[in-house]
Write a protein that binds this ligand. Structure first.
Ligand code: COA
Ligand code: AMP
Length: 272
């Protein structure tokens, strides 16, 4: 194997058969050891000790990564989850998602998007005009994978985010995922809030709006969360989109900007 082949290194940690955490890197052959160490340390850093940590290393062969700059980030300070969700719906509409589709996504994430009523293991795929659910499996959803930062972009991004007080590793990881999603063909926007009961923040992301972060998209203590990826089916059919999200290798190779936080009125005021 040539020394400059890339590898996908993925970690997932579980306890009692329940998923606890996951993370991934894309690295050169000579950096695989360090990536494995880093990901195992990540698995152990969670408050709940994992019973099992699974690390998978796959050669990416001759795959040429698609390279993108990170989406620009802005935090919109909505005071609570209700105001946050209303503002997030408006951002989705600005990105090109129909009102009905945004409302359907909000409803699903609020009530539990899986067919069993709980959280899904991946994202919903929704028609951006109608809100029709398009993912093949409503328990599993679709997991975006095989994306990472280049070292330089990771450092530069940590710097610009921390200048605005954004130091949580989740934000950096979610930003890479959102950048990969936004550049996938046919994607109009993404909506996310975490299923971690202690993490209330979420975001709307799209090429049009950048990554718009809301400190509260749910109440503290609420363990329901998920992701909705809105697609314009006149641009890309679902099977091609699934291929991009699940298989295409993406490297985020430059930092975007991170603006100072604003309140809801200023955010929409400045865009009108
Ligand atoms: N939630 C629940 N279960 C999960 C899961 C998740 N997020 N990720 C994996 N699992 C479990 C499922 O049971 C899954 O089986 P399924 O495919 O039927 O759902 C099983 O583990 C195997 O998953 P798989 O995707 O094959 O594992 P993997 O080792 O290839 O990759 C991850 C696992 C977690 C690294 C990858 O899916 C991922 O999410 N990468 C992105 C990580 C990231 O940066 N996230 C940022 C979010 S802020
Ligand atoms: P998290 O941001 O890790 O708390 O994940 C929030 C929700 O996003 C989860 O409940 C899943 O429904 C979904 N999700 C988790 N990992 C992925 C992924 N790799 N791609 C798409 N959706 C995911």
């Amino acid at each position: 194997m040539p020394i400059d082949s890339l590898y996908s290194v993925r970690m997932r940690a579980e306890s009692g058969g329940r998923h606890l955490s996951g993370a991934e890197r894309i690295v050169a052959c000579n950096a695989v050891d360090a990536a494995v160490d880093e990901l195992i340390a990540r698995a152990g850093a969670k408050s709940r000790a994992p019973e099992r940590i699974i690390v998978t290393i796959d050669s990416l062969g001759l795959a040429t990564p698609r390279r993108f700059a990170a989406l620009d980030v802005i935090t919109v300070h909505a005071a609570d989850a209700e105001t946050g969700r209303a503002a997030a719906s408006r951002v989705l509409q600005r990105a090109g998602v129909a009102d009905a589709a945004a409302a359907a996504a909000m409803r699903s994430l609020t009530n539990g998007a899986a067919s069993s009523g709980g959280n899904m293991r991946g994202a919903m795929i929704m028609d951006s005009k109608t809100g029709e659910r398009l993912e093949p499996d409503r328990e599993r959803g679709v997991r975006v994978t095989r994306f990472d930062w280049t070292d330089g972009a990771r450092e530069a991004t940590e710097r610009v985010l921390s200048e605005q007080g954004l130091t949580h590793v989740r934000i950096r990881e979610a930003l890479a995922l959102a950048t990969a999603v936004a550049h996938a063909p046919g994607v109009v926007a993404e909506l996310c809030w975490s299923d971690d009961a202690d993490y209330t923040a979420g975001y709307v992301a799209s090429l049009k709006t950048g990554y718009v972060r809301f400190p509260f998209l749910k109440q503290a203590g609420d363990a329901r969360g998920g992701r909705a990826i809105f697609v314009d089916r006149s641009v890309c059919d679902v099977s091609e989109l699934l291929h991009h999200l699940q298989s295409e290798v993406v490297l985020v190779d430059a930092a975007g900007k991170c603006a100072r936080a604003v309140d809801v009125e200023s955010y929409f005021g400045r865009m009108s």
